[in-house]
Write a protein that binds this ligand. Structure first.
Ligand code: FAD
Length: 386
């Protein structure tokens, strides 16, 4: 039995005071969803637009965003998302709202003999498409990731440029920057109905209303529901639960800056965090949109796999949590104006790479909403599903 939390302890989310303070009821852009995606685009647009973020929960970043592992790795995810990750890097390295938000954290992907053939093919594909990763010889592995058992590694690939993102710092910075630019956030504001007559009239569950020229759907795991409320059922999104947990190791106390290790077969990942290790069973159970609990069985299996492949000897879980990941049918994000309804902009389907790509997609989305050409978004247009 693990001690489970829905929200990650010490996670990125910010509960906000004065949740129901009066705000402007007529804005240029209403952003539905105050996760990293919504906050990124809201911050960017607030430079020259009147922006309001409408968030159902009591604060921003409390769902997938506040529960992530906060890893940025260019070798992770489909190659087409890499330009967005790269575009956001300067903001993460030198944010306009404070201290740097990234620290180096190399990632070593590895596979045992049973999974070596598939992993080798994938590693070669990744290395051919980005210079940030390289295949490493087994003899190098003990130096890079001393916690891995030698017999667990048949092939390995290293991303030395990978980083940890300070997700709390990022979401706080976006919030501060948004407010400085005159943007606002309404919490406890769950979109339940919408009509478009020249502009959008949006209504919350508690009766509050807002009018907006453009609505951004940044609802994460709830993006399909929000789209349906806005009248666009054109993008079939799949929602998956992803669990994570913290555990201590008496056998191998964490080394600051030590590498993250991820099994290429998808059994687990582990990285040092504070006085312990942040781990995930990389579970992918398809679920309806809801606030999920961690999958205890998947966590128990991951602990077995981690103990078989590493010297960590994990015995108990300090705490566990889970969040929703949202996937489009082709696995690429959905970013662009809806073709089904007027003035509705999609910013969803950020899967397992939404933290690392949100700063870049926030910039691209803001440019597109302003009517500037944003060729960087063509692979992500929602119209590809019509
Ligand atoms: C365990 C785990 C580990 C992860 N690790 C990483 C990682 O290492 N690196 C990485 O890049 N990504 C990672 N991810 C993925 C990343 O967390 C997500 O892609 C990202 O947070 C998605 O952000 P979002 O803003 O789209 O969604 P969310 O953060 O879920 O925000 C959506 C918001 O919409 C609000 N909402 C829903 N319905 C309504 C409504 N009707 N009205 C108003 N508001 C509404 C919700 O309350 C929520 O706050 C991880 C995810 C999980 C679960």
């Amino acid at each position: 039995m693990v001690r489970g939390h829905r929200t990650r302890p010490g996670g990125a989310g910010l509960r906000l005071l004065a949740a129901t303070a009066a705000v402007t009821d007529r804005v240029d852009v209403a952003v539905v969803g105050g996760g990293i995606a919504g906050m990124a685009v809201a911050y960017e647009l607030a430079a020259d637009r009147k922006v309001l973020v409408l968030e159902a929960d009591s604060g921003v970043g409390l769902h997938a965003t506040g529960r992530s592992a906060g890893t940025l790795a260019l070798g992770y995810g489909p190659p087409r998302i890499r330009p967005a990750t790269r575009l956001g890097l300067p903001l993460l390295k030198e944010p306009p709202f404070g201290a740097p938000l990234v620290t180096p954290r190399p990632v070593l992907w590895f596979a045992d003999r049973a999974h070596a053939v598939d992993a080798w093919t994938r590693f070669q594909e990744v290395c051919a498409s980005t210079s940030d990763t390289r295949i490493v010889d087994r003899t190098e592995v003990p130096e890079i990731a001393p916690l891995l058992r030698a017999e667990a590694v048949a092939v390995a690939m290293l991303d030395e440029s990978a980083m940890d993102i300070d997700v709390h710092g990022l979401i706080s910075g976006y919030l501060k920057g948004l407010r400085t630019r005159g943007g606002q956030v309404q919490t406890g504001w769950r979109l339940v109905s919408a009509e478009h007559h020249g502009d959008w009239r949006l209504a919350a569950a508690d009766g509050r209303t807002v009018r907006a020229d453009v609505v951004v759907n940044a609802g994460g795991g709830w993006a399909a529901e929000i789209a349906a409320t806005l009248g666009d059922g054109s993008v079939p999104l799949r929602i998956q639960r992803r669990s994570a947990f913290l555990a201590r190791s008496h056998a191998c106390p964490p080394v600051p800056g030590g590498a993250m290790v991820a099994s290429a077969s998808g059994a687990f990942y582990v990285k040092p965090e504070g006085t312990g290790y942040l781990c995930s069973p990389i579970d992918r159970t398809v679920v309806p949109a809801h606030d999920p609990k961690p999958d205890e069985l998947a966590i128990a299996r991951a602990i077995e796999d981690i103990n078989a492949a590493t010297e960590l000897d994990l015995r108990s879980v300090t705490t566990a949590w889970a969040g929703l990941q949202c996937f489009s049918p082709d696995g690429l994000p959905v970013v662009g104006f809806s073709l089904a309804v007027p003035a509705m902009f999609w910013l969803a389907g950020l899967a397992g790479f939404g933290i690392q790509t949100a700063p870049g997609f926030g910039m691209l989305a803001a440019a597109s909403i302003r009517g500037e050409t944003s060729g960087g978004l063509s692979p992500f247009e929602p119209g590809r599903f019509n």
